[in-house]
Structures are given as structure tokens and as C-alpha cells.
Write a protein that binds this ligand. Structure first.
Ligand code: ZN
Length: 261
């Protein structure tokens, strides 16, 4: 195996992009696998990354084009049935939907729910178009404290918190504001925090073929703080580390130190 070409960050970079096609429908198993050899050497991965320059050739990128999205017309068409469903919920809760304060509530709630899930109306591929630049920069890029608002898919109540993203460019960088847009697209859907974390990391990996990616999300789940033991200040922290961020403790520590500072 060739030694690492990276002057600063570790050795044996091994991007484990995992089973790409399953990312989008919410079952991503590949990322948690340890890259334990099996023919996927660091040198081979680096070669793939270099030959893929600006070519959206991977199957994940292809699947992004096919991604199911919700159109504005879909929103308009489904609004009446969504509102009717909220009327049913109000009655089911023992309320009177005809009570003055509730008259417009089903429509308001339906419209709000469509907004909370507007990530379904956007495709990652549209965000990345024209935002990937050739740049001979290989130092760590970090954007931290990106606000995140999502909806727990188990209880349909908010998850909110902050996302920290770092990556090591491999001749390609992404416009910085686009990292926040990726967070927005995936978080404004029904989610679990673990999947959200991985989807963000995979999107950056596929788009840039960097030598490493780290994503950390700190979030509060309203389904946890409002129910059960009502731990007001409990936070859930999830992380996905790929490439050098996974393989090299020094790289990971640098990232974790910088997002805490
Ligand atoms: Zn929940």
C-alpha cells in the first residue's frame, strides 16, 4: 500500500462511502461499517477521488437527480386533505374545531407542517450545481453552529439544535453557504438525528470526494424534553466521521477542538 500523500493528516485514508443507494430512503448501513481492508485500500480510494474530478459520475449523484421531491403544486393539492386531517386530530383530542379560536387552525397547521418539511421540495443536486470549485487547498474547512430545525419522524414534534461540519478538501471545495443549505434540505424532513448526520456527511463526500469529513449534531428533541422524565436540558449528540476524520485521531481531535472553541 502506498503511504499517504497528505502532508499533514494521518495515513491510510479510507473513505467508506458505504451503500450509497440506500442513503436517500433513510436506511444507511454502510457508514457504520469499519473499513477493515477487504480490498478497499486508501490508495485505491485516493485514485478514485482524483479521477472523479468534477464528474458527477457516482451512483449517489445519479440517484440525487431521481430524488423524489414535492412540488408547489403538490402542496396546494394536498392542503385540503391535510387540513381535514388536522380537524380530525382536534376532534380526537376532545376539542371543537368550530370553536372560534380553532376555526383556521387546521389550515394554519397544515401550512406550517408543509413548511417544516420543505426539505422534500428541494434536491441536493440543485444546491451543488455551480457551487463546487477547483481549489488547491488541503487544510481543514470548518463551518460550525449551523442552526438546524427538524421534525422527529416518530412523534412529529421538533428536533432543533446545531450542526458542525468539517472536511479536508481534495482539490475541490464547496461554497461555504452551501453547507448550510445541505443541512436545511435534509433537516426539513421527517428525521431521526442519526440519519440526518450521515446524510449530510455522505452528501459532502459524494459532492467533493474530500479526504475526510466530520459532522457533529447537538440537538434537543421535544419528544424527550416534553414527555417522560422531562429532562429540560438533555441534548443528543451524534457524529459521523469519514476518511481521515475516522482514521486519524489527530485530525479528529483538531476538528473536535475547533468546533468547541
Ligand atoms: Zn421523537
Amino acid at each position: 500500500m502506498e503511504p499517504s500523500k497528505h502532508p499533514k493528516y494521518g495515513s491510510n485514508a479510507n473513505k467508506d462511502a458505504g451503500d450509497s443507494s440506500s442513503v436517500l430512503n433513510g436506511h444507511f448501513d454502510g457508514m457504520v461499517k469499519r473499513p477493515d481492508g477487504g480490498g478497499r485500500s486508501g490508495a485505491a480510494q485516493a485514485a478514485v477521488a482524483e479521477s472523479g474530478s468534477h464528474r458527477a459520475a457516482t451512483s449517489v449523484m445519479e440517484s440525487w437527480k431521481e430524488e423524489r421531491t414535492r412540488s408547489v403544486e403538490d402542496n396546494e393539492m394536498s392542503l385540503p386533505s391535510l387540513a381535514a386531517a388536522y380537524s380530525t386530530i382536534l376532534r380526537g383530542l376532545g376539542e371543537d374545531p368550530q370553536r372560534q379560536g380553532l376555526l383556521k387552525t387546521p389550515w394554519r397547521a397544515a401550512t406550517a407542517m408543509q413548511f417544516f418539511t420543505k426539505g422534500y421540495q428541494e434536491k441536493i443536486i440543485d444546491v451543488l450545481n455551480d457551487a463546487i470549485f477547483d481549489e488547491d487547498h488541503d487544510e481543514m474547512v470548518i463551518v460550525k453552529d449551523i442552526d438546524m430545525f427538524s421534525m422527529c419522524e416518530h412523534h412529529l414534534v421538533p428536533i432543533f439544535g446545531r450542526v458542525h461540519i468539517g472536511y479536508l478538501p481534495n482539490k475541490r471545495v464547496l461554497g461555504l453557504s452551501k453547507l448550510a443549505r445541505i443541512v436545511e434540505i435534509y433537516s426539513r424532513r421527517l428525521q431521526v438525528q442519526e440519519r440526518l448526520t450521515k446524510q449530510i456527511a455522505v452528501a459532502i463526500t459524494e459532492a467533493l470526494q474530500p479526504t475526510g469529513v466530520g459532522v457533529v449534531i447537538e440537538a434537543t428533541h421535544m419528544c424527550m424534553v416534553m414527555r417522560g422524565v422531562q429532562k429540560m436540558n438533555s441534548k443528543t449528540v451524534t457524529s459521523t466521521m469519514l476518511g481521515f476524520f475516522r482514521e486519524d485521531p489527530k485530525t479528529r481531535d483538531e476538528f473536535l477542538t475547533l468546533i468547541r472553541s
